[in-house]
Design a binder for this molecule. Structure first.
Ligand SMILES: [Zn+2]
Ligand SMILES: [Zn+2]
Length: 313
């Protein structure tokens, strides 16, 4: 069988459920209020077959619920569940990274207004203990109560990038991030790099997929500016992979992904596979996404958004 054993990780478990570019795009659309089959078809540019396959998958993962539309319309609508609403902080971190590295033309700008304080906000990720911003370099890892090994399906899909024509909608506000994260192995490699891995054989030991698949992902990440290569040995010449500033700045997204995985993807109830420590305060790290004006933690109910040149009314 095509099975793979890797160190248990909430990031991997989360990615095995939702780490597919179409799943991520669909959930993003539902967050923006697009919740019918035809609406999603138009907004994502996906084919009918793939869309219905992913909608079924997301329902089976308890991330979407199908309901008959009010007023007796024949067309059902898809709703977020508690589990997928809980991805809200993750999508804020995705928007923040995308705005920083791939600022969209004004027409595609996302404006977020915090109802609590009335300001247009920038989401920040901070440590809930010391309240300082969290950077990936200030984190250490050690095994948690659920540290074990997971058996995972290989089920390798060919990595395909989102091309401009794939995603026509101005709604697709974090397309570049989805392009990186919407492939399980690529996202796995980024997560491993946060642990300090740099050499190909180190990555391969933790992620024992075929070497051609792994080297394809490494090359892709270099092309996209997430890694730079640097020689670590002269004879024979060997290169390691180092995260760039842009790569390190994916950490807030991954931390919210990990925390979501801790909450929702613990099949045996064994507890967290991995514990994180914030070295700036020495305490167990819990990241919270807050408003840069008032410092309050952000939830979907307290943030209005618009997409476009204007600011939210
Ligand atoms: Zn701290
Ligand atoms: Zn605020």
């Amino acid at each position: 069988m095509d099975k793979l054993r890797t160190r248990a990780s909430s990031i991997n478990r989360a990615l095995d459920q939702i780490g597919d570019k179409w799943c991520l795009l669909i959930i993003q659309e539902v967050f923006w209020g697009i919740n019918t089959f035809s609406g999603m078809l138009e907004a994502t540019g996906v084919s009918r077959g793939v869309l219905s396959n992913r909608l079924k998958w997301l329902q089976a993962q308890d991330c979407l619920r199908k309901r008959v539309a009010p007023g007796g319309s024949r067309h059902p609508v898809y709703h977020l569940t508690r589990k997928s609403v809980d991805m809200y902080q993750m999508s804020l971190m995705a928007v923040a990274w995308e705005e920083r590295y791939f600022p969209p033309p004004t027409a595609g700008r996302v404006h977020l207004r915090h109802r609590t304080c009335g300001n247009v906000l920038q989401p920040r990720l901070r440590c809930s203990t010391c309240r300082k911003d969290v950077h990936g370099r200030d984190v250490t890892y050690h095994p948690g109560p659920g540290a074990t090994r997971d058996v995972r399906d290989k089920k390798v899909r060919r990595r395909s990038s989102l091309s401009a024509s794939d995603v026509p909608g101005e709604h697709s506000v974090y397309r570049n991030l989805i392009d990186l994260v919407g492939d399980r192995w690529t996202a796995n490699v980024i997560a491993l790099a946060f642990h300090g891995l740099q050499r190909f054989d180190e990555f391969h030991q933790e992620l024992p997929v075929a070497t051609n698949i792994l080297s394809d992902r490494m090359r892709f990440l270099v092309q996209r500016g997430v890694f730079v290569t640097r020689p670590y040995q002269q004879r024979p010449l060997r290169h390691g992979y180092e995260l760039t500033a842009m790569g390190w700045d994916l950490f807030p997204y991954f931390l919210t992904l990990l925390q979501w995985g801790d909450r929702w993807c613990d099949p045996n109830g064994a507890g967290r596979p991995m514990c994180l420590t914030h070295t700036l305060c020495g305490e167990s790290l819990h990241g919270e996404v807050v408003c840069n004006h008032c410092g309050e933690e952000l939830s979907a109910h307290h943030v209005d958004f618009t997409i476009g040149p204007g600011e939210p009314a």
